[in-house]
Design a binder for this molecule. Sequence first.
Ligand SMILES: Nc1ncnc2c1ncn2[C@@H]1O[C@H](COP(=O)(O)OP(=O)(O)OP(=O)(O)O)[C@@H](O)[C@H]1O
Length: 252
Amino acid sequence: MNSENAAPAAYCHENIIELDQVSFAYGDQKVITDLSLVVKERDFVGVIGSNGAGKTTLLRMMVGLLKPSQGEIRLFGQSIRRFRDWDRIGYVPQKNAFNPLFPATVREVVMSGLYSNKKLFKRVGKEDLQKCSEALEVMRIADIAGKRIGQLSGGQQQRVFLARALINQPDLLVLDEPTVGIDAQTQADFFELIFHMHRHHHMTFLMVSHDMEMIESYLGKEPRDRCGGIKFYVRHSHEQDCTIPGMQHSLV
Ligand SMILES: Nc1ncnc2c1ncn2[C@@H]1O[C@H](COP(=O)(O)OP(=O)(O)OP(=O)(O)O)[C@@H](O)[C@H]1O
């Protein structure tokens, strides 16, 4: 982006994800056929579709875990084949599970979201600790911060993954059914939080969900794009950025 002549409206229209005639097949089974899609900065994209429609496959392609059989993917304007700026993207996959013997604590796992490979040995500062405690609070896991991750329930582990993804406030957050197995109150708080992050903290979201009610209430009733059995509901935000840093205030 050219910052010299970046008017605010243009500034929030950078292409974050571009799919150009993308297809994907597992062997002979075609899952995605000829999908072209653009996700712009400050879009919130809800991805809806029946079981097996290809939503997870699509997300895995977008974060570089699967290669399209055909077509081209660009992230932040750059071909995914050359893209290295993975710090800018948070991804929470659908079925997370820690090995019960995994030795790290909840706090350590959440903190690890702050460090990319480049910054592995960075000293932990006061600001980092503050970010961590906010993420723990927001996902209601502060009381179990010292527990070993492998010893938590599935829903608690999922909350840890979400806190880990949120701590860094990435430019793009890709979420695959993020609230499955999470209790109603934490779910409601989580949605309130990410909607605020979308509207006021300049974040772009792509989220698979089966929660039609939540999708329709935030993204409207009409999908903007379709591909086979997958529908894309989109809301773009032009609302002013929040002056308050951090995330906890968004729950108040
Ligand atoms: N590793 C794999 N090898 C072969 N086929 C696969 C693989 N992963 C998924 N599939 C098949 O690809 C299709 C799409 O799967 P995918 O997980 O992307 O669907 P989904 O829309 O995310 O479904 P759900 O809502 O159940 O999570 C399904 O028919 C599935 O069986």
